[in-house]
Write a protein that binds this ligand. Structure first.
Ligand SMILES: *Cc1c(COP(=O)(O)O)cnc(C)c1O
Length: 453
């Protein structure tokens, strides 16, 4: 699709609608002439060049990529009206789109009932899930894996709850035995499982832990902020298919968070939280002297902790899902390409005399490190940092990221490397663009070359 064409159509369509309300004069205080605007705009576009090329296959670093053009057009079109999805008074159309998009997410996870909404981020979405956890299990804490996102420990502090990290295994997944030891104390009310850790893409064994949690009367929340859309590859044919058990088990968990602004092709400002039991809406109950007057129907602001939220984010997600729905045949194909890219690169690294896999990729994150002589953590750390920096600055650039691996975690995977430091940086590449699939050989050759220089 031609972005310039559709952005023009967007302004026309909204102008046509605006015209139906009759002419009016924009106020002189808002006037900006084209010449002044032009100068400021030049400065803006000039300054934006100080960026990394997230769109390009050369960029194989952090979890970053531009939104799909459909999301851009959806967002900008709605933004010309600027609805606020806090209340139906703020924009009935985008509130309805939010409900529809959230229902698609609920269906993707196999929820037969749900209460949910979009949020500004995965952080806020997880905060809401932990808030509800606290209300349902007062006085009891939260357990999450040692490799879970740092937000869980932080938000436990914000909510005044006790947070307990749980040991992970040699692939970065929560160890069910270690969890059970903690559950036996009776201190824990909710366990957070991560399906796709932010660092390595490890998937906690939801299907093994769920029965254990049920036995101890503990709730289960799934943090699928990064990994959620990979459920579309559960049980798929072909190399990209994922073991279905943990993904299918999400349908029986109490709540789940997913970030459409990570793997759902959206611009930032789009997370989501879903609860399986709609009755948890009671914990959000409040009255507002300013809003909620156009409808007795539930307003989204009555089931979220945030107030103002961009209706444009809902429009963008809704439009994207109309074209690339969260199904195996739709968005699933986008994730499949990234997953195959990760598998292919991992194979090249495994066969390399200069690089070694830190662990096999479970989703689309490849973790690896340069082989150094003698093999020490400090040597690996220095070489990884050098490759990261030389890769970005040299000709034929490649953009990677680093991951900090602690001494024990590293030893679990590579016991022969001398642990002469508390931790080491290794290299990490998130292959979240489907275009990465065609770039893997080039990326690999470049990183190998950098490891030699
Ligand atoms: C990204 C991420 C978060 C935080 O979400 P934001 O959208 O960055 O606020 C939480 N948990 C996991 C697993 C994540 O990958």
């Amino acid at each position: 699709m031609d972005l310039r064409h559709w952005l023009g159509r967007a302004t026309d369509a909204i102008q046509d609608w605006a015209d139906t309300f009759g002419p009016y004069q924009p106020h002189a205080s808002l006037d900006v002439d084209d010449e002044r605007f032009g100068a400021a705009f030049e400065e803006l576009t000039g300054r934006l060049k100080d960026n990394y090329p997230f769109f390009h296959p050369r960029y194989a670093g952090q979890m970053l990529k531009p939104p799909h053009p459909a999301a851009v057009v959806g967002h900008l079109t709605a933004m010309l009206i600027n609805p606020n999805n806090h209340a139906l008074d703020g924009g009935p159309a985008t509130a309805a789109m939010e409900r529809e998009a959230v229902a698609r997410l609920a269906a993707m996870f196999g929820y037969d009932t749900h209460l949910g909404h979009l949020t500004t981020s995965g952080t806020i979405a997880n905060l809401e899930a932990l808030f509800v956890a606290r209300e349902l299990q007062p006085g009891r804490g939260i357990a999450y894996s040692a490799d879970a996102h740092y937000t869980h420990g932080r938000m436990c502090h914000v909510l005044g709850m006790r947070g307990r990290p749980v040991r992970t295994d040699s692939r970065g997944r929560m160890d069910p035995e270690a969890l059970e030891d903690i559950l036996r104390t009776g201190e824990i009310g909710t366990v957070v499982l991560t399906t796709g850790t932010t660092g390595l893409g490890a998937v906690d064994p939801v299907h093994e832990i769920l029965p254990l949690a049920e036995r101890h009367g503990v709730r289960v929340h799934i943090d699928a902020a990064y990994g959620g859309f990979f459920t579309l590859l559960a049980g798929a044919d072909g190399p990209e298919g994922l073991p279905p058990e943990p993904w299918r088990a999400i349908a029986r968990c109490d709540s789940v968070v997913v970030d459409p602004h990570k793997h759902g092709l959206q611009p930032y400002g789009c997370g989501a939280v879903l609860f399986r039991d709609p009755a948890v809406g009671r914990f959000y109950l409040h009255d507002s002297p300013y809003t909620y007057f156009t409808s007795s129907e539930l307003h989204l602001g009555e089931i979220s902790l945030e107030c103002s939220r961009a209706g444009a984010a809902a429009a963008a997600l809704w439009l994207t899902f109309r074209l690339l729905p969260p199904t195996p045949e739709g968005l699933g194909q986008v994730l499949a390409a990234g997953r195959r890219a990760a598998l292919n690169w991992a194979e090249l690294i495994a066969a390399s005399a200069h690089l070694e896999l830190y662990q096999p990729p479970e989703l689309d994150i490849v973790s690896y490190f340069p082989l150094v002589e003698p093999a020490t953590l400090s040597g690996i750390d220095a070489a990884s940092a050098r490759i990261l920096s030389d890769g970005m600055t040299g000709p034929d650039p490649v953009f990677l990221s680093t991951f900090r691996a602690g001494r024990e975690a590293f030893a679990l995977r590579h016991p022969k490397v001398a642990a002469d430091a508390d931790a080491t940086r290794i290299l990490r590449s998130v292959l979240m663009k489907p275009e990465s699939e065609d770039a893997v050989e080039q990326l690999h050759a470049r990183v190998e070359q950098l490891s030699l220089s």
